[in-house]
Design a protein around this ligand. Structure first.
Ligand code: URA
Ligand code: SF4
Length: 208
């Protein structure tokens, strides 16, 4: 039977390097077929903070690294303003392969569906077990709903702390791409400020 989740592709050893190597061969859903390569999480195994986005974008797909495109540059700015060192943070995505639809010569980002999110969940679970972060910040609804349930709404509940596994906490906020896509400048400024406030909250909690 054809695999419908990543589970069968997980390695026996669960170190980050073993996971990363095994993920390169994942065929747990169809997304691997049209992507250049897997974009696994990145950061130190001892990270206290883990950031989870949605899926790699076009630039991430080509680079093989998470959050290196436009959203990643905004994220870097915000982390710096919040006093969070990205080098000490584990950064990953809920879904590890780029999903896209052709638009002329461009590859347009497409939102992963719940089947793909569930298929990829074993990788995210394995990363969380390995890192065992004190705080997880979900960037956007995909990550938030993967961890906090399908009914979770960022607009209503961003910036709140929720109990996670092993005494860890989970906080959800906007995805930096949502700021970039805001319909007008005013809204963009507001969302950026709210995202920054949530990251500052995360930083303050970690400093306690
Ligand atoms: N958006 C994401 O959710 N993740 C990335 O790695 C890049 C953009
Ligand atoms: Fe495997 Fe996730 Fe890629 Fe699907 S998106 S092939 S489950 S790594």
């Amino acid at each position: 039977m054809k695999s419908t989740t990543a589970q069968a592709f997980l390695p026996r050893g669960r170190s980050l390097s073993a996971l990363r190597a095994a993920a390169e061969k994942c065929q747990g859903c169809a997304l691997y077929r049209s992507a250049t390569q897997v974009v696994f999480g990145e950061g130190p195994a001892h990270a206290r903070l883990m950031l989870i986005g949605e899926t790699p974008g076009d630039e991430e797909d080509l680079a093989g690294r998470p959050f290196v495109g436009a959203a990643g540059r905004l994220l870097d700015q915000l982390l710096q303003e919040a006093g969070i060192d990205r080098a000490q943070t584990y950064v990953t995505n809920a879904v590890k392969h780029f999903k896209w639809t052709p638009r002329g010569k461009r590859r347009l980002h497409a939102k992963p569906n719940s089947r793909e999110i569930n298929a990829c969940r074993p990788w995210l679970e394995a990363e969380m077990s390995c890192i065992d972060p004190q705080l997880i910040v979900c960037l956007g609804a995909t990550a938030a709903q993967a961890l906090l349930g399908r009914d979770f709404r960022i607009t209503r509940r961003r910036g709140e702390f929720h109990p996670g596994r092993e005494g860890g906490q989970i906080l959800a906020t906007y995805h930096p791409s949502a700021v970039l896509r805001a319909p007008d400048d005013r809204r963009r400024r507001t969302m950026r400020a709210q995202l920054l406030r949530d990251l500052r909250k995360a930083a303050a909690w970690l400093a306690k």
